[in-house]
Design a protein around this ligand. Structure first.
Ligand SMILES: Cc1ncc(COP(=O)(O)O)c(C=O)c1O
Length: 386
């Protein structure tokens, strides 16, 4: 058995690789005395907007806040429906509920686990106000099709881009075909700070202006308030994020190259491997495989000191107590989301992963697959029925 331990994240390695730049950015903030809504937040907002080729970025306290503050800015609330998927992190739906609206779930495309764009139109009612596509695992949703349905039915599009900053479609950038794009900087994201953080990226000045006010107790000018909240990004996080943003493309390239190695090493196994759509720049926030033997494989890897995690093992509509008195509607079958929840397993994927660690994971997964095939247990993935 290999003596190499493989963790799921490389946060501390990432810090060590950038230690002098990060330490000096933090030190500068500490010495400045400007810790909240100071110059580092403004600078990072400019950096992020430029990176996304967008007109504006507004820092907020989390990806969840980014989503529901945009909904508030657009006047989405009680009585309105918002279409999204159920196989996403809980916060996507939670944000809809915080805004007071009803979450409507359509199924995902089994190839990508992103929203099945062919199902959106049938889920639209007179109450529908917006679509929230999620760029799950680092691959953009099919935004041209989403934008086309939205245009036809006069709906807003709010991108949940907590997982794909730096990804692209074949002929579109993320944030380009929507009203606003929301991202998260919690440490495990491709661009992560040392705590909670998020941002709204938009080309619409009215949305940016509304979120700027909403995030700061409804105030754009000292002592003048309308209804708002406290959801600010701190300068310490912003300073770190500006340093890290300069590395994001390199980090994403490394993730893509590791994904290529996983694809190559695992191609003969029974696992369903991630599908990158032609022309899409998938940035592998997660390398999520699927197998009916998911729990067995996860345990097998754990016994060999390899950490693999599940994203997400319970679809939102299958959570206990769903929808907790909140409004929700299931539009058609969510079979693909349910199958994915039961089978998905994310293998270690972070830019600081070493070649030896990657090979250790590949060898262990291949060995498990061979043993399970030999025993005839249910480890089928690729050919399994949906
Ligand atoms: C798809 C998705 N949406 C929303 C969020 C919420 O972001 P945050 O944790 O910063 O609130 C996350 C991440 O946690 C996420 O992965």
């Amino acid at each position: 058995m290999s003596s190499v331990k493989v963790s799921f994240y490389g946060h501390v390695r990432q810090y060590h690789n950038l230690k002098s730049e990060i330490d000096s950015a933090i030190h500068e903030v500490l010495e400045s005395g400007s810790y909240v809504m100071g110059p580092k937040v403004k600078q990072f907002e400019q950096d992020l907007a430029a990176y996304c080729h967008a007109k504006q970025a507004v820092g907020v306290n989390s990806g969840t806040d980014a989503l529901w503050l945009v909904m508030m800015a657009l006047g989405i609330g009680p009585g309105d429906e918002v279409i999204t998927t159920s196989n996403t992190f809980f916060a996507t739906a939670e944000a809809i509920w915080i805004a007071g609206a009803t979450a409507v779930f359509v199924d995902c495309d089994p190839r990508t686990c992103n929203i099945d764009v062919s199902l959106i139109e049938a889920a639209i009612t007179s109450k529908t106000k917006a679509i929230v596509p999620v760029h799950l695992y680092g691959q953009p949703a099919e935004m041209r099709a989403v934008a086309e349905v939205a245009r036809k039915h006069k709906l807003f599009v709010i991108e949940d881009n907590a997982q794909a900053l730096g990804a692209r479609g074949p002929d579109f950038r993320l944030g380009e075909l929507s009203d606003a794009m929301c991202t998260s900087f919690i440490i495990q994201k491709n661009l992560g700070c040392f705590g909670d953080g998020g941002a709204v990226v938009t080309n619409r000045a009215d949305i940016a202006e509304a979120v700027l006010r909403l995030r700061n107790h409804g105030s754009a000018k000292r002592s003048i308030h309308s209804m708002g909240y406290n959801s600010r990004l701190d300068d310490l996080h912003a300073a770190v994020l500006s340093v890290k943003l300069r590395q994001l493309d390199n980090w994403n390239d490394r993730r893509r190259s590791f994904a290529g190695k996983y694809d190559e090493g695992l191609k003969g196994t029974s696992l369903k491997l991630p599908t990158a759509l032609a022309g899409y720049r998938h940035i592998y926030h997660l390398y999520a495989v699927e197998t009916e033997g998911r729990d067995l494989l996860q345990e097998y890897l754990k016994l060999r000191d390899i950490i693999a995690l599940t994203h997400y093992p319970i679809a939102i509509h299958q959570q206990e107590g769903f929808p907790w008195g909140r409004g929700a509607r299931i539009a058609g079958s969510l079979k693909n989301a349910e199958v994915s929840a039961a089978r998905v397993l994310s293998l270690p994927m972070f830019p600081e992963l070493t070649g030896e660690e990657l090979q250790t994971v590949i060898d262990a997964v291949v060995a498990w697959d061979r043993e399970n095939q030999g025993r005839g247990t249910k480890a089928k993935g690729q050919g399994a029925q949906r």
